[in-house]
Structure formats: C-alpha cells, structure tokens
Design a binder for this molecule. Structure first.
Ligand SMILES: NC(=O)c1ccc[n+]([C@@H]2O[C@H](COP(=O)([O-])OP(=O)(O)OC[C@H]3O[C@@H](n4cnc5c(N)ncnc54)[C@H](OP(=O)(O)O)[C@@H]3O)[C@@H](O)[C@H]2O)c1
Length: 333
C-alpha cells in the first residue's frame, strides 16, 4: 500500500481507503456484524488507514461497528464521518438552516457511536448548494474545531460548482467527490484548483456502485433493500450516487467497452484497473471503494501496488467518455 498526503492535514492516508456505507446494512442489503468487522480488519491488515462513514449509514450502525473495530485494532486508523442528512431524513426535507444545537447533537452522537473524543475529519454530507454559498455551515464546523471535537473538516459535494464554493473557505481541508471512469469532468475542472489550494480529495463511488467491476449483465435485479434497485433512476436521492448517474443497462454496455480498453488479465481484475485509473490522477489523496465481502476489500487494496495505466489506455478512456459516456450522465454534476 502506498500513502499520500491528505491536503494540509499533515496526515498521510492510504491510497485506497474503505467506504462503509455498506456496513449500515440499509441501502446495500443485509450485512452481519461479523462480516462487517472482518472487512474492517482485513482492510487495515492490507494497509488501509482511512475509513469513510456517515452518521446516517444505518442510522449509526456503520459508525458503531467502526467504533467496535477501533477498540479491537492496534493500528492507527483515520476515520472521516459526515453530518447534515439526519435533518433531511427526520424532517422529510432540508432545514431552513443548520443551527449550533443540530450540529452539536450530530457531532456528539458520532463521537459516542465511534467511541472517541474527537473526530479526525467531519464532512458536510451533500447539503444544498445555497447553504454552502452562505458559508454559515462552515462557520459552525469552525466552532467545533476550536472546541477540539473535530480536528479537520471538509465537504462531500455533488457538483463542480459546489466544490469550487467549498474550497474558497480556508478551513475546508478536504472534498469528497464522485470520481471514476464514468465521471471524468472532475479531472479537468476541479482537481487542478484543489491541488493549487492543497485541498485533499476523496474519490467516492469509484466503481460506479459495482458497474466498473464488469460483473453485471443487463437486466440484473437487485434486492429491495439495495439502492441499486430503488434509486436506479434517482427516486430516493441524487441519482449520481447510484451507478454514477448512468442508466443501468447502458452502464453494463459501457463497462464492456471499458473492459476491452483496460484488458484485465491473470490476477488483475477490472475493479483494480478502474481504481488504478483514479490513482493515476496525483491530485487524489485516497479512493474509498465500498465492499460487501472481504475478497472485494482485498482486491481493491491491491490496486495501489499496480503500475499506472498506459497513456494509450488513458486516451482511449477519455475519448469513450467524451463520445459515449458524458451524454448519458444524469443528476447534479
Ligand atoms: N454522498 C456521499 O457522501 C456518499 C455517497 C455515496 C458513497 N459515499 C462513500 O463512498 C463509498 C464508496 O462508494 P459506493 O460504495 O457507493 O460505491 P462503489 O465503491 O463504487 O461500489 C461499491 C460496490 O461495488 C462492489 N465491489 C466493490 N469492490 C469490488 C470488487 N473488487 N469486485 C467486485 N465487486 C466489487 C460491491 O457491490 P456488491 O454489493 O454487488 O457486492 C460494493 O458494494 C461509500 O461506501 C461511502 O463511504 C459517500
């Protein structure tokens, strides 16, 4: 595993981290506590030292499992969580604005779930653009940073516009963005600015919810408890968070074309090469694939030690994106 600087935080994070939306057990189908803890242990054994979660993943379950894991492990692990969506869930819509009381409750609950005194990285969880523009949400996090309840803060965002707004605030140390072979605009329009400002970048949905592993066939049916069933077209939340906003059958077709370019062979899987494509962008601090099985976490962690993709592969993927992928992307981008 190789490590990269996380913006100005002074911390070096593993190039491959672990996303733990799956451990919530609500949006990806069931996952047992035993399985979840094994995924966490195996990932850290493979050199992963950065874990992304959120208070709403299983309404605290993902954070609590990580808290349990932190007690069991001897390794140093940096945990990033998120806040801001509990209000949206509890009130069936966004609040007019966030208050100090709301933020205090959410931070204290995350601290309790994780069993820690201070959150390494707190992120606003895709709150509306207007709230980012006003800057008040940022000032709230600054207050909790001064109190020591959080050490660093950043924002998980949905569009380039939002990313550019966030990094204007000097306190914003990281951005979490959807970045993968299906969503290449970020490389042109956001990464250069983030690099200039030394803002750490977390690449989420790196496998387009599994599509970029090449394992799905057209017409595949996902379980009712899986967002790939009920949010395939954005019925529940931003469509971009499911299959990176590409209609599923079209995504399967495109993944086939990508597979021909990446040419996985021997022990090297398409998932690893898709992660490698992201890592070939040196502005990325860490990629945070999610996993429902230990074997996936192992496969993904190994992408860090692969050589970069050829110039030719990058150019072909760029052309495929421009000609065939970009026109199919739905949702905020
Ligand atoms: N708004 C936000 O801030 C936000 C939104 C989305 C995600 N995130 C974060 O980003 C993380 C990553 O995104 P994501 O989990 O949505 O999408 P992802 O990482 O693109 O896809 C994860 C899924 O891909 C499959 N997979 C992973 N590795 C595999 C491998 N090596 N071989 C075969 N299949 C593999 C698994 O699907 P199966 O279930 O089919 O096994 C897994 O559940 C999340 O866990 C979460 O921490 C944040």
């Amino acid at each position: 595993m190789r490590y990269r600087a996380l913006g100005k935080t002074g911390i070096k994070v593993s190039e491959i981290g672990l996303g733990t939306w799956q451990l919530g057990g609500n949006d990806w189908g069931d996952i047992s506590e035993k399985e979840a803890l094994s995924i966490l242990h195996k990932s850290v054994e493979m050199g992963v030292n950065f874990i992304d979660t959120a208070d709403v993943y299983g309404m605290g379950r993902s954070e609590k499992l990580i808290g349990k894991f932190l007690k069991e492990t001897k390794e140093t692990v940096y945990v990033a969580t998120k806040l801001g969506r509990r209000q949206w869930i509890e009130n069936n819509g966004w609040p007019a604005k966030y208050t100090i009381e709301m933020v205090k409750r959410d931070i204290e609950d995350s601290l309790r779930n994780l069993g820690i005194d201070s959150i390494f990285l707190q992120q606003w969880h895709c709150i509306p653009t207007e709230m980012l523009k006003s800057g008040e949400a940022f000032e709230l996090l600054e207050r909790f940073k001064k109190k020591g309840l959080i050490q660093h803060w950043g924002c998980s965002i949905e569009s380039i516009e939002e990313g550019l707004i966030c990094i204007e605030h000097p306190g914003c140390e990281t951005l979490q963005v959807i970045f993968n072979i299906f969503r290449q605009k970020v490389a042109e329009e956001l990464l250069p600015v983030a690099k200039q400002k030394n803002v750490g970048i977390l690449a989420r949905v790196p496998l387009a919810s599994g599509l970029l592993t090449g394992k799905f066939k057209k017409g595949h049916k996902f379980s009712e408890k899986d967002h790939r069933n009920y949010n395939a077209d954005g019925a529940a939340f931003n469509v971009g968070e499911t299959f990176a906003g590409i209609p599923f059958d079209k995504g399967v077709e495109l993944a086939e074309k990508i597979k021909e370019i990446l040419n996985p062979s021997g022990k090297i899987t398409m998932a690893q090469l898709a992660l490698r494509w992201i890592l070939d962008h040196d502005e990325i601090s860490t990629v945070i694939p999610g996993a429902t099985k230990i074997s996936q976490a192992v496969d993904n962690a190994m992408a860090s030690s692969l050589p970069g993709l050829s110039q030719d592969a990058h150019e072909k993927l760029r052309k495929l994106y421009k000609d065939e992928i970009e026109p199919c992307i739905r949702g905020k981008y």
